[in-house]
Design a protein around this ligand. Structure first.
Ligand code: UDP
Ligand code: MG
Length: 311
């Protein structure tokens, strides 16, 4: 069994995958430890998997898993983690935005005793709208979730095998790796790096990022439910006060309300509020349904380099 495993999800990364494998291989070699590189092809529509098969001739430490369709980055990472056998597992993107040259530093911090080594970004190589959106998300997540994760830490990290085992055991369907990693705890070390810009269009589309943000917030926080409760309570109190006011005014015969406006506004506002609250509850119920079904998080269609399982 190798000492180090690298797990990298790849979706339509045919152009970059060769450079990724080369640079990762060189970085791992320089640590002087035995290693494996597991690239999970997340149902790519291009030649990523073919490229991986070719590269295996040159790099015997390379292993590849092909998922039966596009399951998303989180599922792909989980698939890789489930197949990794190293004493330490390094998780990174395959698009070279997580520079492989940082791996020796991660490893040395692990050897110094940390069981989780997180790479934090000094500079994010993303466009301004993407940075703003992720900034808002991280603020919400830190403010309202039950775990604490550095806002500038991404997927890129090293986890000891004990932590990897714990992460594998967390079989939830809606996954947020950073949250799960923070939830697991353990001694933590940090390494800083400048994140380069990626070549080509991001594979993680805005829709996918939004879904991830939803998964993260709803699976690590009850704040939305509480928000519905608090808003509902405040509005109810205000309404009781207003009703009392109307009652007194009426009794004293001061002012007979001709009002249609008040009624219409109140009904519309409360109706809207109820729908919001229902929607929030629905979001959790949907997620519970999804978890209860217990469908697999990923489905493997082919593997290369895992002798017994290869097909
Ligand atoms: N990725 C994936 N499945 C997807 C989308 C992305 O495995 O459905 C991979 C992608 O190939 C890359 C990593 O996840 O290696 C991060 O994707 P990207 O660079 O698009 O996103 P960002 O760097 O903004 O997180
Ligand atoms: Mg990227």
């Amino acid at each position: 069994m190798p000492e180090l495993s690298v797990v990298a999800p790849a979706y339509n990364e045919a152009e970059l995958i060769e450079a990724f494998v080369q640079r990762t291989h060189a970085a791992l070699k320089s640590t002087g430890k035995s290693f494996e590189i597991i690239v999970v092809d997340d149902g790519s529509h291009d030649t990523t998997f073919l490229k991986l098969a070719e590269l295996r001739e040159q790099f015997p430490e390379l292993k590849a898993i092909r998922l039966s369709r596009n399951f998303g980055q989180e599922a792909a990472v989980h698939a890789g983690l489930c197949h990794a056998t190293g004493q330490a597992v390094i998780v990174c993107d395959a698009d070279l935005q997580d520079p492989p040259e940082l791996i020796p530093e991660l490893v040395s911090r692990w050897q110094a005793g940390a069981r989780v080594v997180v790479a934090r970004r000094r500079r994010r190589g993303e466009s301004l709208p993407r940075r703003l959106a992720t900034g808002l998300f991280h603020w919400l997540f830190r403010r309202f979730s039950s775990v604490d994760d550095a806002p500038d830490a991404g997927l890129f990290c090293l986890v000891d095998r004990t932590v990897a085992q714990i992460l594998r055991g967390m079989g939830e369907y809606h996954r947020y790796f950073r949250g799960l990693r923070a939830y697991a705890g353990f001694e933590r070390a940090e390494v800083w790096y400048d994140r380069p810009e990626r070549e080509g269009r991001p594979r993680q589309s805005l829709a996918k990022l939004l879904k991830l943000a939803g998964d993260a917030l709803f699976s690590f926080s009850y704040a939305p439910l509480r928000l519905a409760l608090i808003l509902g309570s405040i509005i109810s109190l205000l309404c009781i006060g207003y009703a009392a006011f109307l009652f007194v005014v009426r009794l004293l015969g001061l002012w007979v309300v001709p009002g249609f406006t008040t009624v219409a506004v109140a009904i519309l506002f409360l109706g809207g509020l109820q729908l919001v609250a229902l929607g929030i509850i629905g979001e959790y119920v949907g997620r519970i349904y999804e978890e209860v079904k217990g469908r697999p998080i990923y489905i493997v269609s082919q593997t290369l380099g895992f002798e017994s399982q290869d097909r």
